[in-house]
Design a binder for this molecule. Sequence first.
Ligand code: GLC
Length: 420
Amino acid sequence: MKHIKHTVAAAAALFSLVGHAATITISCGSVGQDFEFCKKTTSEWAAKTGNEVKLFTVPNSTTDILALFRQMFAAKSSDLDVINVDVVWPGIIKDHLVDLKQYSGGAEKAHFPAIVANNTVNGKLLAMPWFTDAGLLYYRKDLLAKYGVSAPTTWEEMATAAKKIQDGERAAGNNDFQGFVFQAKAYEGLTCDAVEWISSYNGGNIVDDKGNITINNPGAVKALKTAASWIGTIAPQGVLNYAEEEARGVFQNGNAAFMRNWPYAWSLGNGKDSKVAGKIGVSALPKGGADGKHAATLGGWQLAVSKYSKNPEAAASLVMYMTSPEVQKERAIKGSYNPTIPALYKDKDVLAAAPFFGSLYDVFTNAVPRPSTATGLKYNEVSSAFWNATHDVLSGTATAENSLAKLEGKLKQIKRGKDW
Ligand code: GLC
């Protein structure tokens, strides 16, 4: 509580230094409840400080948002003051963000050190942690009970259970029913899913911490072959064009037994528009066979101030308010957005709203990072080569062996030059 009061006081003090009312434009994301929460929190800050806030609508896909921001940065556009930053971007957009250390008053010390380190480039705190993410397995508790299967611990068990439930539900008349839905569209979300599969089969995460290309290995081949075997059997062909929201739509309509998604899907899945409220179980993603391990990709979003903002102090005050413990607590309870402040994982109101924040705490703290630090400015090129190579395997246009060998060659080309 003491800390919360300090943060609000710091935001107010910062505003009094600014001295005049400013109009701050912010982008907060547009997946699930992102926009509604953004509207609520930013208007609270506006009311407290006397400033005005405008919301800037961004596309759903992180890949498209990055492309848009890069264009705006290239034009040194001052249209955006505060931007939402994916956990894999600091190395890519580092030259366009303000160092927040001068405004934070040390508030970052209350957040997970690994995320703060991720957001710190050349000693500059480029973004404040806002919420963290890790891939999870969602399942229908009621259907697992109906078909007498237990929650799967390996991908093989998941596929068997998915097939059994899918066959049963289709025989009972629901021809739209799917065993498993996930993200397999060619974009950053597929990189996240595929890093999970590959890591779970002990195949590493594309590029290691030292920058070595590790992707062409038997674990990775096995993982991609396994995922390809799901398409058209337990997952619809259409999954090749699914992002997070498409998968959630199918699951929430009662048409899937299993879903891979981020924590935000919990709150909506139990919400008033969901047909499966109260029927959802959540677990760690399955292991890659008996010798594999549970692996969740680390995701998450930060808030940052654009270097081209005309009102950096007021923009920073908004960032500090939106990432504060009180706001993170409310978002955790009402939207199942994972806090970036460890203390909130012990908060009883938070745990009552999202019990898996406690039971799966290790999943969140041990999530597998994508190789964005090692590949720096080149991360997006690396990731896009990877998701395309994966998509080719899933859609049956290439074998896993050929696609990964080709990808290795491509990554070697990308690696030439100075930025990785
Ligand atoms: C979620 C994650 C983000 C990831 C994206 C992929 O928004 O938080 O890190 O890049 O999904 O679609």
